[in-house]
Design a protein around this ligand. Structure first.
Ligand code: 26V
Length: 819
């Protein structure tokens, strides 16, 4: 295996020719990517095998992070970084005439997630491996990831994301580890040695085939596993082709039906829909995952009553909650345990994270659907509900209301969050404020019953991808100033505080930001044919499009700025470039209207001679992990402007902070904790607080119409949504947006926060002109961002929820300690 540049070059050339059957000067960049990827994957293989062996030998508890989403993005650059060969490979390739950054672009971005929840799972895997924990991912290998977004005439158009088209160099298909998953059928009970044994008959059998992806730790030789399941038909001609019926055509129908299970990722984010296929996907993940976890446990040759000592299963939101009844089923029906013993094993094994307080995102499945699709699992849920309600009635004999509120099955629906809390030993929120709201409001009943289960784990992001890999020049400047300890102990970034005021460091940080802005500007030029002033403030809002995230507030501010300049063309304002990136759920009409509005604003503002030198607006299509890596290092201002109390945490806020952007934000999610570190000096707060929002919801008293009537700026921009003018081109108006604000009384308090937002933005415009002061704040932001590194978060999960210590698996272990 190569260990220096010359070896690398020799080995790489050989492989390139061997793989393509072409001479080195004939290959394409695609070939270079494929050859390099497979070469690096093989190099990882050694450490991977050693890590797995060590985990079995050490026999310590291992964590399995069950998630319907893993938003991994591209892996080549990150794997090179974590293996410690990035520079060697970059130089070697360079000498052979290829630019590594160009080659990285040939990798499909693995978009197996919607947004925050899926990307968090990916960041956590990176921290688990880098800290040397035995922690693995368990997910679905969707054939199609999150749709590719095109903007056509200002509208979002969705295209399928066939990310596997060119193959996936990182995955290894493990056909020998496939697992049978059963749907439908009916349950038969028979007596065996004096106890009832249940078996499902005539079900639809599906093979879950694992594809393993190595997760490389940072310079520690640890390699964990992300196991992604793919659905395949369980054809067995002797049993009538595996499916119901026996003919070849039946088999083809059956095959098609089976394969749809892992066909695509549901593109809805925070909007629950009770779709049968989605329920199938959830059970598919849980059943396959449970069986594979137990198989690994079998290698230890221990009795199952010791399962919880060796295994922790973490569920990422309620989507994998069916692990609870599924593990019950397997322990009772396949391993012979009685109810109470099985329940004790399950609850000691499982823990759960809640990621949202939006009631419309809470999962509740029609009981009838669960009964038909998963008959045995349904029986178990029914029994769990019976026992839980009986216990509640004992606890609260005079409070039937509370018992019904807390029931797992109620009015014909299975409430997944209730099942998840009942079946877990730990329930956590993802930022201090969010956990507080769960305890005091959303899950109050459960908190009163199980106060010891509730805890907070403020989210974090991997500084390896989001700083070291996405912004290597900034990483170099930091290293020159404070050394490299922060790379393995990100909280050491606070050392930078000493240099906040240092003219030399400031100058270096300024020129890195400048270069990153130029790079983004040339990307924008390529895509939009419009040139960007890199002296302008790069004002960035990148996240899923959702009413509560209030991209609309940002848009209304731009409209107002436009109006002000039109009224007074010599107005003194600091030039701005507004950058948006956002996908809307395909069925989310209002979100799509907002995308169109932003594009109309862009059209007008970017072309009007009075404004085009002062304002630019870009809606960058197909926001994704790889696009985020281009935008974030170039950002000056980070928009985190959700209605207070609605954003559970946010993680983009952390990535932007770590790259030196200043935040304009509400006191919501993890912004609250950012503010604790930064204060008014380092962060721009505005708008209603949670208490204010709650008071309005509780007592009423908010009138959007009154604001419209009294604030001329508001009146003007709202009228511009529905009247022919600069923002309604070709006669299209935005009545639904207008009515959501006025007729529906502005559920998200956009108009209520408008004045405060505009005022804060004006202040920011002025402050940006004092570049020394701005740079100082920017450095302070970077310095305090270590608190939001995923390593801190994962250490907290490890010690407070999972009870695990670093395994120190790899031969180079001990180098990377984290903190
Ligand atoms: C809900 C559903 C409903 C069924 C269809 C598929 C689907 C997919 C996702 C969701 C819920 C998404 C919840 C989510 O992404 N929450 C975000 O989690 C981030 C990580 O904790 C956090 O930073 C964000 O504030 C929070 O919105």
């Amino acid at each position: 295996m190569f260990n220096n540049k010359e070896n690398f070059k020799r080995e790489f050339k050989q492989r390139l020719v061997g793989k393509t059957g072409r001479q080195v000067h004939e290959v394409t960049e695609d070939d270079v990517y494929a050859a390099l990827g497979s070469m690096i994957r093989e190099r990882i293989g050694q450490d991977w095998a050693a890590t797995n062996r060590a985990y079995i030998e050490q026999s310590e508890r291992q964590v399995y992070y069950f998630s319907m989403e893993f938003l991994m993005g591209r892996l080549l650059g990150n794997n090179l970084l974590n293996l410690g060969v990035l520079e060697m490979v970059r130089e070697g390739l360079g000498e052979l005439g290829w630019d590594l950054e160009d080659i990285e672009e040939y990798e499909a971005d693995a978009g197996l997630g919607n947004g925050g929840l899926g990307r968090l799972a990916a960041c956590f895997l990176d921290s688990l491996a880098s800290l040397g924990y035995a922690g693995h991912g368990n997910g679905i290998r969707y054939k199609y990831g999150l749709f590719e977004q095109k903007i056509i005439d200002g509208h979002q158009v969705e295209l399928p994301d066939y990310w596997l088209q060119k193959g996936n160099v990182w995955e290894v298909r493990r056909g020998d580890k496939k697992v049978n998953v059963q749907f439908w059928g009916h349950v038969e009970a028979k007596e065996e040695n004096g106890r009832l044994v249940y078996e499902t008959k005539n079900g639809e059998n599906v093979w879950a085939v694992p594809y393993d992806v190595p997760v490389v730790g940072y310079e520690n030789a640890s390699v964990n596993t992300l196991r992604l399941w793919s659905a395949e038909s369980a054809a067995d001609p002797s049993k009538g082709f595996g499916g119901p019926g026996g003919s070849y055509y039946n088999f083809l129908d059956y095959k098609r039906s089976v394969e749809t299970v892992s066909e695509f990722l549901y593109p809805d984010d925070s909007q629950y829909e009770g779709k049968l296929l989605r329920l199938k996907q959830e059970y598919f993940l849980c059943s396959a995952g449970v069986h594979s976890v137990l198989r690994t446990f079998d290698k230890l040759r221990l009795p199952y009553d010791r399962l919880a000592e060796k295994v922790a299963i973490h569920i990422n939101d309620t989507h994998p909650t069916l692990v609870i009844p599924e593990l019950m089923r397997v322990l009772m029906d396949e391993k012979g345990f009685g109810w109470d013993e099985a329940w004790s094993i399950v609850t000691r094994t499982v823990s759960y994270t809640n990621h949202t307080i939006l009631s419309e995102a809470l999962e509740t499945w029609p009981e009838q659907m669960v009964r038909e699709l998963l008959p045995r699992v349904h029986m178990i849920i029914e029994e769990l509900n019976k026992r839980f309600c009986a216990m509640l009635l004992e606890e609260y004999p005079d409070d039937q209301d509370r018992v019904s509120r807390m029931a797992i099955i109620e009015s014909g629906f299975v409430k997944m969050a209730h099942l998840a809390i009942y079946g877990s030993h730990s329930v956590n929120g993802v930022a201090a404020l969010h956990t507080d709201i769960l305890k005091k409001r959303e899950m109050k009943d459960f908190y009163e019953l199980y106060p010891e289960r509730f805890n907070n784990k403020t989210n974090g992001i991997t500084h390896r991808r989001w700083l070291m890999h996405a912004n290597p020049e900034l990483a170099d400047v930091i290293e020159e100033a404070i050394g490299s300890e922060w790379k393995t102990q990100p909280q050491q970034l606070t050392e930078l505080l000493k240099y906040a005021d240092d003219a030399v460091v400031q100058q270096k940080i300024y020129s890195v930001k400048r270069k990153n802005k130029e790079r983004l500007a040339s990307y924008i030029y390529k895509k939009h044919g419009v040139s960007v002033d890199t002296n302008s403030i790069f004002d960035v809002q990148i996240k899923r499009l959702h009413a509560y995230k209030r991209q609309l507030l940002n848009a209304l501010h731009i409209m107002d700025l436009y109006n002000r300049i039109k009224e007074n063309p010599s107005l003194e304002i600091t030039p701005r470039t507004f950058i948006f990136g956002a996908k809307a759920a395909p069925g989310y009409y209002m979100a799509k209207q907002i995308i169109k509005l932003i594009n109309n604003i862009a059209n007008t503002v970017n072309n009007d001679p009075d404004t085009k030198d002062l304002l630019k607006v870009f809606f960058l299509e197909n926001y994704s992990v790889s696009l985020a890596e281009k935008i974030i290092p170039a950002s000056d201002l980070s928009e985190q402007i959700s209605t207070a109390g609605k954003e559970a945490s946010g993680t983009g806020n952390m990535k932007l902070m770590m790259n030196g952007a200043l935040t304009i934000g509400t006191l919501d999610g993890a912004n609250v904790e950012m503010y604790e570190s930064l204060g008014d000096e380092g962060m721009y707060l505005f708008g209603l607080r949670v208490e204010d929002v709650e008071k309005y919801y509780r007592d009423g008293g908010y009138s959007a119409q009154a604001i419209y009537n009294s604030d001329e700026r508001v009146k003007k921009v709202l009228d511009q949504l529905v009247q022919p003018g600069p923002f309604c081109q070709n006669g299209q108006t935005f009545d639904p947006i207008y009515h959501s604000l006025l007729s529906h009384n502005d559920e998200y308090f956009v108009l209520r926060d408008f004045a405060s937002y505009v005022e804060t933005q004006n202040q920011i415009g002025m402050d940006y002109r004092d570049s020394k002061k701005w740079l100082e704040k920017s450095i302070v932001n970077i310095a305090h961002s270590g608190r939001f590194a995923g390593d801190r978060t994962i250490n907290e999960y490890a010690s407070e929820i999972w009870g695990i210590k670093p395994a120190g698996a790899g031969s180079r272990s001990g180098i990377y300690k984290g903190q």
